[in-house]
Design a protein around this ligand. Structure first.
Ligand code: AMP
Ligand code: ZN
Length: 114
């Protein structure tokens, strides 16, 4: 999508702090981190949100999560703990409409969510 900020990060048209890239996903640090580690993991192909997922995307979504596991280990937050968040539409506060998985960790987090 031409006006999607995350598509532009994936193509390199907008700079980002890239931490991982393969044929399916790209990961970069959130511009406004909400935790000591705050990484966004996004599919390389544009998907608006979870609402736009298709059955054929299931391997891609699985890959988003195994990438999160790898990056949590690499960041040193796997044992201490981390949180994965996907916001969908207005009530959840989604602001960028390119599906993304937030990986948050590095300090104790508050409960409850929401
Ligand atoms: P969400 O509210 O779930 O849609 O999350 C969007 C996230 O993208 C927010 O945490 C923003 O801080 C982050 N963000 C927006 N623009 C950029 C950017 N250019 N580079 C990195 N993160 C960004
Ligand atoms: Zn996009």
């Amino acid at each position: 999508m031409t006006d999607c900020i995350f598509c532009k990060i994936i193509t390199g048209d907008i700079p980002s702090t890239n931490v991982f890239r393969d044929e399916l996903v790209t990961a970069f640090r959130d511009l406004h981190p909400a935790a000591p580690t705050h990484i966004l993991i996004v599919p390389n192909k544009h998907i608006d949100s979870i609402n736009a997922l298709e059955n054929r995307d299931e391997p891609l979504i699985g890959h988003l999560f195994t990438t999160a596991r790898q990056l949590a280990a690499r960041e040193g937050i796997a044992e201490g703990g981390f949180r994965l968040i996907i916001n969908t539409n207005a009530d959840a506060g989604q602001t960028v409409f390119h599906l993304h998985l937030h990986l948050l960790g590095g300090a104790p987090m508050k409960h409850p969510m929401g």
